[in-house]
Design a protein. Structure first.
Length: 391
C-alpha cells in the first residue's frame, strides 16, 4: 500500500477497474464501458458491463480529468501570493473536488518583484509531488491594451518588449506555458516570436485588435483567444474585430467563462455552434472560489464578491466558477455531455500540446473524473490514485 498526495490509500500492485454507464473516449462513447488502471496508467478500455469493478456508476459518466487553463486562485489562495505547503494542499483538495486533474495557475499584471516571486514559487511547486498536477503557469499580462485592461492594474501594464519577455521567462525556465497579450500593440509580434521560441502557447486577450490585426496575429503564431467576448473589442457589423476573426479561423481556439454572467447563455451557445471543437472552458476563478470570503484579493486589488467578484467601480474581476459547474452549464444549453466534457479536458490538453492528458486511451496516465448522472463529481483519479471521493 502507498499513500497518495491527498492521503488516499491505494493498492499499488492490483489493477483497478472503474465502470460507468458512459465512458468518454477519443473515438466515441462506450455505453456502458469500463477502464482498467495499472501502475498509474490506463491498461485497458472495454465496452460493456464490467463483471467486477472497484467503482461502478451504472448511470454515471467516466471522463478524462478536467484541465483549467486559467485560474487566478481558489480555496482562499491568491496565486500571486507565495504558495506554502499547507495552502497548496488546500488548493489541490478543492480543485480535485471539482474534477480538475491539471491546471495552469494564472498570474495577472502586477509589480515586477511580486510577479517574479510568484513565478519562482510556482516553479518550485511544479516540481513537487502532488495532484492535481501543475502543467505550467499562465501569464495574463503585462502586455495588455489599456483600453481593455479589465481588473488589471493600469500602473503595471507595459508595452510589449521582446527582451523583457525573454528575461522574464528565462529566469524561471520551463515554467511559463501560456501567455496572454494584446497582439495589436507595437512590439507584440517580436514578443510572440520570443515566446514561441521558448515553447509557450500565445493567446490574444485584453485587446482592441481589429479583424485584420487579429488575422495577422494568428499568422504570427497566436493560437488562442482568452475569455472570448470579455475585455476585447466588441463585435460590430462594420467592425467585426477579433471575436469574429477567431470564431471563423480553423486553427484558433477560444476560451470561455461559462458562468452565464461573464457571457450571456445565448452568446455562449452561439460561440459553441460556430467553434464547437475549438472551445476550451475555463473558470478564471479567484481566491474566493471554494471559500466563504466575500471580500478578497486578486493580486494587488481588493475584490468584493456579489453576483461575481467585482472591483469597487463594478468591474468584473474573475469568477467563482468551477470546471464541473462550467460543464453542467453548457450541457444545460442543450450541448451533449460528450462535447461539454471534451471542452473541459481534451481541447485544453490539445491546445497545450499535451497528448498524454485529456484522453481515456490505453497507455495514457489515468487522470479520470467519475461524474454522477447529474454531472456532479463522484470521484477523481490522478495517475491512478484516487484523490477525491469515496470508494
Amino acid at each position: 500500500m502507498r499513500v497518495s498526495p491527498l492521503n488516499v490509500l491505494v493498492d499499488a500492485a492490483r489493477p483497478q477497474v472503474i465502470s460507468a454507464g458512459r465512458v468518454i473516449t477519443p473515438s466515441g462513447d462506450l455505453t456502458p464501458g469500463s477502464v482498467e488502471i495499472s501502475d498509474g496508467r490506463i491498461a485497458a478500455v472495454r465496452a460493456g458491463v464490467a463483471t467486477e469493478a472497484d467503482l461502478a456508476v451504472p448511470d454515471g459518466v467516466l471522463a478524462p480529468g478536467l484541465i483549467d487553463l486559467q485560474i487566478n486562485g481558489a480555496a482562499g489562495v491568491d496565486f500571486l501570493s507565495p504558495v506554502t505547503g499547507a495552502a497548496l494542499t488546500r488548493l489541490r483538495r478543492y480543485l480535485a473536488s471539482t474534477g480538475v486533474t491539471a491546471f495552469l495557475p494564472t498570474l495577472i499584471t502586477s509589480p515586477p518583484a511580486l510577479l517574479q516571486r510568484a513565478l519562482r514559487s510556482w516553479q518550485r511547486a511544479m516540481h513537487e509531488p502532488g495532484a492535481p498536477r501543475i502543467v505550467g503557469v499562465h501569464l495574463e499580462g503585462p502586455y495588455l491594451n489599456r483600453q481593455f485592461k479589465g481588473a488589471h492594474p493600469l500602473r503595471y501594464l507595459r508595452a510589449p518588449d521582446a527582451r523583457h519577455a525573454a528575461a522574464l521567462l528565462d529566469a524561471v525556465s520551463d515554467t511559463v506555458r501560456l501567455v496572454t497579450l494584446a497582439p495589436e500593440l507595437p512590439g507584440a509580434t517580436a514578443v510572440i516570436r520570443a515566446l514561441r521560441e521558448r515553447g509557450c502557447v500565445v493567446a490574444a486577450g485584453h485587446t482592441a485588435a481589429t479583424y485584420e490585426q487579429a488575422r495577422a496575429a494568428f499568422g504570427a503564431g497566436v493560437t488562442l483567444v482568452t475569455h472570448l467576448f470579455n475585455a476585447m473589442r466588441p463585435v460590430h457589423h462594420r467592425d467585426p474585430g477579433i471575436v469574429v476573426a477567431a470564431l471563423e479561423h480553423p486553427q484558433v481556439s477560444v476560451s470561455l467563462i461559462a458562468d452565464f454572467i461573464h457571457v450571456h447563455p445565448a452568446v455562449v451557445a452561439l460561440a459553441v455552434r460556430l467553434a464547437r471543437e475549438r472551445v476550451a472552458l475555463i473558470t478564471d476563478a479567484i481566491a474566493a472560489a471554494g471559500a466563504s470570503q466575500r471580500v478578497t484579493r486578486l493580486g494587488t486589488r481588493t475584490v468584493r464578491v456579489t453576483d461575481v467578484p467585482r472591483l469597487s467601480d463594478g468591474t468584473i474581476a474573475g469568477s467563482m466558477l468551477s470546471m464541473d459547474a462550467a460543464v453542467r452549464h453548457v450541457v444545460s444549453m442543450g450541448l451533449s455531455v460528450r462535447d461539454a466534457v471534451l471542452m473541459a479536458s481534451s481541447i485544453p490538453a490539445r491546445l497545450l500540446g499535451r497528448d498524454d492528458l485529456g484522453r481515456i486511451e490505453v497507455g495514457k496516465p489515468a487522470d479520470l473524473v467519475v461524474l454522477t448522472r447529474e454531472l456532479r463529481v463522484r470521484a477523481v483519479y490522478a495517475s491512478g490514485e484516487r484523490i477525491f471521493g469515496a470508494a
